[in-house]
Each structure stands twice: as structure tokens, then as C-alpha cells.
Write a protein that binds this ligand. Structure first.
Ligand code: ADP
Length: 367
């Protein structure tokens, strides 16, 4: 057994899981909510681990923003802590909580190696043509403005699973991570070459409560109309996307309403699906020939009807799905395109915690 503790610490919650990397099985998981004191939350977690007789060999931490500094997992030391702290300007809602988690775990497990795994790291392989915005060079440099991309652990895990499924050494194709947050990723030979999220997780697809792509001038327009910056921020991050368009952030609720003939819900689903199509088209153009398109995360894994809506009309690009295969209830990696399809369409359940545990073990348990 090689148990690794995976910590996903936010500003007000602590999610953890112990995974045996030898068998890839989850041994224990927990969620502590409404955290006001991170030390207390860690004490509670340690007590829960002790009660289960589990002693982890290393700790892996999910850290949201690694900026341009981190393109791979790293062992935590003073320098790494300082850099994560400095990157808080780019992710004020996430990095401080992630950092509190690392300090909490260092105190709770002083003898263990701590590894930081960044959501942005997988996308550091993007070329400048994909990550640069066409803005004033001075501002771009001074404020480190560029596309960073997120959901890296998911895109990394899913693309490796896809390669395995297809019997290829590496994966070339498009991964659609459609959850409450969502992002598309263009992957060439196992490496991210483009992704839909940007400087922050606000850009790209229509999400549960986030707008995804909008004309940036909308922000100035609303500011001139009298809204404060924090009102605009709140609106675009928490009251936009499916929630903004329909009042419901959960795709299941929107689909239920659409089925009952609610025009508002029908239109929101069309906007959602068309945005995903837009990225499929863009990434096909960037990648050239691909092995597969992969659906993952809550919506991607579970919603046969959204998968059908997104892939409808793409037959001329060699992309189609088999209705029966698409609707089959299964929790394992599977193909939903007709046999012999030029471009395969796959459903692969993501497992970000397992990816973090495997990467942690690779770095912390090798020697
Ligand atoms: P997170 O981004 O929070 O990790 P998940 O990947 O768990 O989110 O996805 C959660 C979302 O998945 C829910 O908001 C819901 O809209 C969607 N979802 C889950 N199951 C289904 C389903 N059977 N049909 C449609 N949508 C679903």
C-alpha cells in the first residue's frame, strides 16, 4: 500500500481524499465545510485519518494558480511557498486558501513530503500564439497577463486515459471538461496546445454561473452605466452562465424546463452547446487530424442529450455518435461513436484527485 493524502483546500472548505496509488483506490474521503480556522479543520481531518488507522506517506495539494513559474508538480519549500503567495494577485479567491492548506498539512504532518500540483501547469506547454492576448505589451508584461488555463489535472488525467483506451502512446484530440466550471483543451501528442479558460477561469465556455466569452467592452459599458467593478465581477462570475440566462445553474434543471417547453431554457441550452461547438471547430482547425473528442466531468459524463446536442451537425467533420451507445448507462471509459468512425467520440470519467495522488507519488515516493 502507498497511501497519499490529497488536499483541496479552499477559503472556506477542506476536501481531502486518501488514495492508495498502488491499487489506485480511494481509501477515505471527507469534506469539512464552513471552515473559519484552517488549523482546526486540519486537526479534524487528522482525527478522521487516525480513526481510520490511515497514515499517509506523502501529501499532494491542489493549487489553482501556478502562473508561468510552475509547469510541473514541485516539492514544497520556502521558495515555492513564497511564489504561491505572490501568485495570489492572479487568483485572490483560490491561492490564499490553497496556501493555508499547505501550512496546515505541514503542521499536521511535519515528517512528510508536501507536493504542490497546479491547475495551470498542464497548459504551460502552449505556444505564445495560443497564450498571448493582443493587448498593450507593457501592460501584458507588467501584470503578467496571458492565457494560463485551468482544470490541468483533469485534462492531463483524461488525455492519458484516452491514449490508453485508444492503444496509442499519446493522445491527440480535444477534451471537453463540462462540469459546473467548464473548459475545452486542444491536446497534441499528450501536451496542451490551447485551452478555453484564460487569465482566470472566467473565459471560454458557458458555465453554471460564469459567462465564459463575452465582448470585454461589456465591462466598460456596465461600469459607465453605474455598476461598480465588484458588482460586475460578481455578476459575471456568480450570476451569469446558465444561472444568469435561466435562473438555474444546474444543467439538469435547465434540461427539465426545456423538455417542458420553456423557451428561456431551450435557448440557454442552444447557447451552451453552440459555444462548445465553437471550440471544437477552432481546435480542429488548430490541431489538424485528431484521434478523438472526449467528454468528461458532471455534464460530459452524464448528459447523453447534451453530448448529442453538441455533436449534432458535425458529421461532415467525421464526428458523429451512435444513439444507443450514447444513451447506455455506464461509468467506465467508453466509445460512443459508430464503429469505424474517423474521429472517435469518447466518454472518460475524470479523476482529478487520483491524478494529484499519482503525480505526488511520482515526485515524493520515488526515492
Ligand atoms: P464541478 O465543476 O463542481 O466539479 P461536476 O464536474 O461535478 O462539477 O459537474 C457538476 C454539474 O454536472 C452539475 O451542475 C450538473 O449540471 C451536471 N450534471 C451532473 N449529472 C448530470 C446529468 N445526469 N445530466 C445533466 N447534467 C448533469
Amino acid at each position: 500500500m502507498k497511501p497519499v493524502l490529497v488536499v483541496n483546500c479552499g477559503s472556506s472548505s477542506l476536501k481531502y481524499q486518501v488514495i492508495d496509488v498502488a491499487s489506485r483506490e480511494s481509501l477515505l474521503s471527507g469534506l469539512i465545510e464552513r471552515v473559519t480556522d484552517h488549523s482546526l479543520a486540519f486537526e479534524q481531518m487528522v482525527a478522521e485519518l487516525r480513526a481510520s488507522n490511515i497514515s499517509p506517506l506523502a501529501v499532494g495539494h491542489r493549487v489553482v494558480h501556478g502562473g508561468s513559474n510552475f509547469s510541473a508538480p514541485v516539492l514544497v519549500d520556502d521558495q515555492v511557498l513564497a511564489e504561491i503567495e505572490a501568485l495570489s494577485t492572479l487568483a485572490p479567491l483560490h491561492n490564499p486558501g490553497n496556501l493555508a492548506g499547505i501550512y496546515g498539512a505541514m503542521k499536521a504532518f511535519p515528517g512528510l513530503r508536501q507536493v504542490a500540483i497546479f491547475d495551470t501547469a498542464f497548459h504551460q506547454s502552449m505556444a505564445a500564439s495560443s497564450f498571448r492576448y493582443a493587448i498593450d505589451r507593457e501592460l501584458e508584461r507588467k501584470y503578467s497577463i496571458r492565457r494560463y488555463g485551468f482544470h490541468g489535472s483533469s485534462h492531463s488525467y483524461v488525455s492519458k486515459q484516452a491514449a490508453k483506451f485508444l492503444g496509442k502512446p499519446t493522445f491527440t484530440g480535444i477534451v471537453l471538461h463540462l462540469g459546473n466550471g467548464g473548459s475545452a483543451c486542444a491536446i497534441k501528442e499528450g501536451k496542451s496546445v490551447n485551452t478555453s479558460m484564460g487569465l482566470t477561469p472566467l473565459q471560454g465556455l458557458v458555465m453554471g454561473t460564469r459567462s465564459g466569452d463575452i465582448d470585454p467592452a461589456i465591462v466598460m459599458y456596465l461600469a459607465n452605466a453605474g455598476l461598480s467593478l465588484s458588482q460586475i465581477d460578481e455578476s459575471l462570475n456568480k450570476n451569469a452562465g446558465l444561472k444568469g440566462m435561466t435562473g438555474d445553474s444546474d444543467l439538469r434543471d435547465v434540461q427539465r424546463r426545456a423538455q417542458a417547453g420553456d423557451q428561456v431554457a431551450i435557448e440557454a441550452l442552444e447557447v451552451y452547446a453552440l459555444r462548445v461547438k465553437h471550440y471544437i471547430g477552432a481546435y480542429l482547425a488548430q490541431l489538424g487530424e485528431i484521434d478523438a473528442i472526449v467528454f468528461t466531468a458532471g455534464v460530459g459524463e452524464n448528459s447523453a442529450s447534451m453530448r448529442a446536442q453538441i455533436t449534432k451537425g458535425l458529421e461532415h467533420l467525421g464526428i458523429s455518435i451512435d444513439t444507443e451507445k450514447n444513451q447506455a448507462a455506464s461509468k467506465s471509459d467508453r466509445e460512443i461513436s459508430p464503429a469505424g468512425s474517423q474521429v472517435k467520440v469518447l466518454v472518460i470519467p475524470t479523476n482529478e484527485e487520483l491524478e494529484i495522488a499519482l503525480q505526488t507519488a511520482e515526485l515524493a515516493l520515488k526515492s
